[in-house]
Design a protein around this ligand. Structure first.
Ligand code: F6P
Length: 322
């Protein structure tokens, strides 16, 4: 293996730049040439490559977003599109690829391995933390801390006005962010896609809290938890409970910002781990961190599998919110 490429695809996540830096510098240390691909799989389709040396990734460790840009490509979803992407890699004499992203990125990576025989290694980069084969994804810790800062601020005004606040956090169809910030922020109720609830049950918890002397409540809602969305849930809970309440949707603020130390270290370890997998001839895996150690799991075992939330944390949240 002499030349490798690196791309970021799907939703950006804080720490992706730290992973790019780790890929470039650890590859350089192993005597490899590295190319960045702009705009993820879209850039592969267009042959949009740039040479990256150790100095090109200086001063990006602390920056959110991705210097390589990211996109979602419809054409890459087709077999013809992937064949075209692979031909661009071959023309550039690139022997292996590191794909940093989430579920969709991993699907694309697996297709390139299986259809085109290109060695690809996946690096988990998504704030959602919903990937199999790793305990943590790059960006999750930063997103949780960003959301937590917002919730702490909302708690101040909620307490002053003796109000109920419904705060929606990201996570697509999973509740990893919601559960973590719910516990860290002392939410009275955490609404998760993995634990279905009803407006009646939510209202009851809030009314019970009030009867125990709580004068304000925070309800953390994962964006995919309630079919009609957080506003519909809030409206229904208000109607059933007979109290007022405000809705705050945190949105894309959770995707930006400087990565936490934990995300920078994770990204550095995983970026280097991806290069190690490629140079060791182990294309077709996703690198992850399991019980503190870097692990490699075949992409075909990762794609299509859903990691479950920490069920005991759900129970702990309920106990601690009395
Ligand atoms: O996967 C990351 C994520 O931020 C999800 O939490 C969210 O549902 C989605 O991306 C939003 O995507 P977009 O930026 O395309 O609106």
């Amino acid at each position: 293996m002499k030349r490798i490429a690196v791309l970021t695809s799907g939703g950006d996540a804080p720490g992706m730049n730290a992973a790019i830096r780790a890929v470039v510098r650890s590859a350089f240390a192993s005597g490899l040439e590295v190319f960045g691909v702009r705009r993820g799989y879209l850039g592969l389709l267009e042959g949009d490559f740039l040479s990256l040396g150790p100095r090109d990734v200086a001063n990006i460790l602390q920056r959110g977003g991705t210097i390589l840009l990211t996109a979602r490509s419809q054409e890459f979803l087709t077999e013809e599109g992937r064949a075209k992407a692979a031909s661009h890699l071959r023309e550039a004499r690139i022997d292996g690829l590191v794909a940093i992203g989430g579920d969709g990125t991993y699907r694309g990576a697996l297709a390139l391995v299986e259809e085109q025989g290109i060695p690809v290694v996946g690096v988990p980069g998504t704030i959602d933390n919903d990937l199999w084969g790793t305990d943590f994804t790059i960006g999750f810790d930063t997103a949780v801390n960003t959301a937590l800062g917002a919730i702490d601020r909302i708690r101040d005004t909620a307490a002053s006005h003796e109000r109920v606040f419904f705060i929606e956090v990201m996570g697509r169809q999973t509740g990893f962010i919601a559960l973590e910030v719910g516990v860290a922020g002392g939410a009275e109720v955490i609404v998760l896609p993995e634990v279905p609830t009803t407006p009646e049950a939510c209202a009851q918890v809030i009314l019970d809290s009030a009867s125990k002397g709580k004068r304000s409540s925070i309800v953390v809602v994962a964006e995919g938890a309630y079919p009609g969305g957080t506003s519909a849930l809030a409206e229904a809970v208000r109607r059933v409970g007979g109290f007022d309440g405000r809705v705050t949707v945190l949105g894309h603020i959770q995707r930006g910002g400087s990565p936490t130390a934990r995300d920078r270290v994770l990204a550095s370890r995983l970026g280097a781990g991806a290069v190690e997998a490629l140079t060791g001839g182990r294309g077709g895996v996703a690198v992850g961190v399991i019980a503190g150690e870097i692990a490699e799991v075949p992409l075909k075992e990762v794609v299509g599998r859903r990691k479950d939330i920490h069920r005991r944390l759900v129970e702990l949240a309920r106990i601690l919110s009395i």
